[in-house]
Design a protein. Structure first.
Length: 459
């Protein structure tokens, strides 16, 4: 019977005792137990017997043999580890072998790690890079690692970028939780593309928006679908620029249907969320989550009537009860913990999300209908997004404000808002609501034309 105490005792007796013991074990599970519980190995430990297990049939035994060899710093094991790293049939064992090579911190491991930079498994390459970064001051190591910024794999690129090319600090000298006063609780009437020319880099903490539909309603006429996507591309690049480091952009879209021109044509469905996604990645947003907004069937347009009658396959048309809430984060080397650490403990405490929050990515929320604006956000949807993705006193932006639901909800949750809206009708609608104190109460909201906004900025 092997126990942890017995393994400890064997180690204290010296290498001969271990060798004798190991030679006698036949069952794989005992070998595995022994290897898993070897623990710390002293500097003078003779681990040559471990080499025998590198060819064992069980990949778990090979894995643990490799892991234990990594505890030794003797260069005699380097070439054996390199062989495993290159040739073992199991990728987990190969990765562990590279990691063990790195952990040995032996300068002679460099030549083996260089070879492994050519490996086709990006994780092996990343482990080899990590092992080499122990010698990051070595000019030769730098010269070999830096060109990997051109590596086809994004994980490898990101490790190299972080190590050698990242400026390390954000362009904006403003403390992360702060925002400019002239953007706080401000609504500007105009084309968002013009307005944002007057907003500095890294100004907002969160953007939540629902873009105008493609040709679906009268406020959104674009020459072509391609033009529509290019318009969104232009706006969202600007949103990216004005977003603070590592903060979120939440986009509500759904595939849209354009009715047929005549009976000789069929209607066309445009998959907006999927078509806009590659643009967002290209401009530097990192995809985080896809949340489904689920509406009751009775609240959506019925597409089922024809099928209900004829029941002929191919003619099936489901009622579209979902929209996407796509969650992106401005790409950064910094972890979310960094963002959170920028806030004082009182703000973190006051911003904590209470019990009863949504735990799944399917959010069942009834749509809201408004007599003036035909596509408003339900307050509940805004509440969740703002609570889950921002802190108290953050600045929340909506480039396509419509009736201003994002602003109103941000205010009620003790955040600031900055909204832009092109259509004067909707701009005045927000103004009117503010006048009646049902929206944006407490602190005054500023309603500006583009010119007034520029003046207020320069004041
Ligand atoms: C889908 S609606 C947003 C509704 C909003 N989420 C709400 O809760 O009321 C899109 C809005 O974008 C506005 N819009 C369209 N193009 C714009 C542009 N270039 N700049 C600013 N606003 C624009 C439209 O007038 C429309 O009100």
């Amino acid at each position: 019977m092997i126990s942890k105490e017995y393994i400890k005792e064997l180690k204290s007796k010296g290498n001969g005792a271990i060798l004798h013991f190991v030679n006698d074990i036949r069952e794989n599970n005992k070998i595995l137990y022994f290897l898993e519980n070897l623990g710390y190995l002293p500097k003078d430990f003779d681990g040559r017997w471990l080499l025998n297990f590198l060819h064992n049939k069980s990949s778990l035994i090979r894995f643990w043999a490799v892991k234990n060899i990594g505890k030794l710093s003797d260069e005699t094991y380097l070439s054996a580890l390199c062989e495993v790293a290159k040739k073992d049939p199991d990728t987990t064992v190969r990765r562990e072998a590279v990691s063990s090579l790195g952990r040995m911190r032996n300068p002679k491991s460099k030549k083996y790690l260089y070879e492994l930079l050519q490996d086709e498994d990006p994780k092996v390459v990343c482990q080899a890079i990590r092992g080499l970064l122990v010698f990051r001051e070595d000019k030769n190591v730098q010269d070999i690692l830096k060109p990997l910024i051109e590596h086809p794999n994004e994980m490898v690129k990101s490790v190299i970028y972080k190590e050698f090319f990242s400026e390390g600090k954000s362009k904006n000298e403003q403390p992360h939780p702060d925002s400019h006063d002239y953007l706080k609780n401000v609504i500007v009437n105009g084309d968002v593309r013009e307005i944002l020319k007057n907003v500095p880099d890294e100004s907002v903490h969160l953007t939540f928006t629902s873009p105008p539909y493609y040709n679906a309603r009268d406020y959104s006429i674009y020459p072509s679908y391609r033009d529509y996507l290019l318009f969104l591309d232009e706006v969202f690049k600007e949103v990216h620029r004005i977003t603070k480091e590592g903060r979120f952009f939440i986009l509500n879209t759904s595939p849209i249907i354009i009715p047929r021109v005549s009976r000789a044509h069929s209607s066309k469905r445009y998959p907006i969320p999927f078509d806009i996604h590659p643009f967002l990645i290209e401009m530097g947003w990192e995809f985080i989550d896809d949340i489904i907004w689920l509406k009751p069937e009775a609240s959506v347009k019925n597409r089922n009537a024809g099928f209900l009658q004829h029941r002929k396959p191919l003619g099936y048309k489901p009622n579209a009860v979902t929209e996407y809430i796509m969650v992106y984060r401005k790409k950064t080397e910094k972890l979310l913990d960094w963002n959170i650490r920028q806030y004082d403990s009182a703000t973190v405490k006051e911003s904590k999300v209470a019990d009863g929050y949504e735990t799944t990515n399917v959010w069942k929320i009834d749509p809201t209908f408004d007599k003036i604006h035909s596509a408003v956000f339900p307050v509940e949807l805004c509440k969740r997004v703002i609570k889950y993705y921002s802190y108290k006193d953050d600045l929340i932006f909506d480039p396509f404000a419509g009736s201003g639901t994002v602003g109103k909800t941000a205010k009620s949750l003790h955040r600031y808002f900055f909204l832009t809206e092109k259509d004067e009708k909707y701009f005045n609608y927000m103004k009117q609501k503010a006048h009646h104190k049902s929206l944006f109460k407490e602190k005054e909201t500023s309603f500006f034309t583009l010119e007034q906004f520029i003046q207020s900025k320069n004041r």
